[in-house]
Write a protein that binds this ligand. Structure first.
Ligand SMILES: Nc1ncnc2c1ncn2[C@@H]1O[C@H](COP(=O)(O)OP(=O)(O)O)[C@@H](O)[C@H]1O
Ligand SMILES: [Mg+2]
Length: 264
């Protein structure tokens, strides 16, 4: 048996606020294999973001264990966690979190400046990542000169520029209209088909239906772990909305290929 990419054992997070405790995540024991596409669902306050922050090494647990790619990361200090994060995890957030004064290219290069990647190589990698998300012609634009969907694609390019093991997205379509959201889900599905493990946090049932597995949380506890028999194929929905004819294989277009097939 191969090592799961993610394995947790009774992973828990309790926040101490004022006089009381908030048990934001309670005894989570799961495994996620390399190559999975998983949705984390639940109502507001159910612990989704807490879970993602722990799995993404943005935060440390109060109790329990977490192995990422076989390495026990539950006891690491913040420097060691930052190193693991930079190497293994790419993040995408609802509000894009781009630097407003930096170009798309500079935003995507940012994670590489923490590593010791030479400048030329940084440029090359960032250009490749932007091309992969369909933004080869927007490299010198600043966030204010881009649409919401384009900004999120810059954020995704930034998240994949380091070839992470896992891409974690917290409500990535929450600030987008449904059509643009479908384009972003199509992009995640394409990256997943290329081999990147994808974990998407959402409170939206329709967004979760793009995953092959849904983890449901309530009051900090995992209450369901479901396989999705037939995930929604976002590329097809996008093509249909564009009025395009059936485009076989659109969902598995190679990285850097057209995100939306040409309408005919
Ligand atoms: N930094 C924090 N300090 C104190 N309580 C927090 C903190 N972050 C989250 N919580 C609490 O933990 C619970 C789970 O929050 P969260 O993981 O953000 O839920 P979700 O993402 O599902 O909306 C909530 O009750 C929330 O108020
Ligand atoms: Mg949240």
């Amino acid at each position: 048996m191969t090592t799961p990419l993610i394995r947790t054992e009774t992973l828990s997070k309790t926040y101490h606020i004022g006089g009381g405790d908030v048990r934001a995540l309670v005894d989570l024991s799961i495994e996620i294999a390399k190559g999975e596409m998983v949705a984390i669902m639940g109502p507001s306050g159910s612990g989704k973001s807490t879970c993602m922050n722990l799995l993404g090494c943005l935060d440390t647990p109060s109790a329990g264990n977490y192995w990422l790619a076989g390495e026990d990361v539950s006891q690491l200090d913040s420097d060691a966690l930052a190193h693991i994060r930079n190497e293994k995890v790419g993040f995408v957030f609802q509000q894009f979190n781009l630097l407003a004064r930096a170009t798309a290219l500079d935003n995507v290069e940012l994670p590489l400046t923490y590593g010791r990647v030479p400048r030329r190589l940084r440029h090359q990698k960032a250009e490749k990542a932007l091309a992969a998300v369909g933004l080869a012609d927007r490299m010198d634009h600043r966030p204010s000169q881009l649409s919401g969907g384009q900004m999120q694609r810059v954020a995704i390019a930034r998240a994949i520029v380091n070839n992470p093991h896992v891409l974690m997205a917290d409500e990535p379509t929450g600030a987008l209209d449904s059509r643009t959201g479908a384009e972003i889900m199509a992009l995640f599905q394409r990256l997943n088909a290329e081999g990147i493990t994808v974990i998407v946090v959402t409170h939206d049932e329709h967004v979760a239906a793009h995953a092959r597995r849904i983890l449901r949380f309530r009051d900090g506890r995992l209450v369901a772990d479901e396989a999705v028999a037939a995930p929604v194929r976002a590329a097809e929905a996008v093509a249909a909305a564009a009025g395009a004819v059936e485009a076989p294989g659109a969902a598995s277009a190679p990285l850097g290929g057209p995100l939306v097939p040409e309408a005919v």
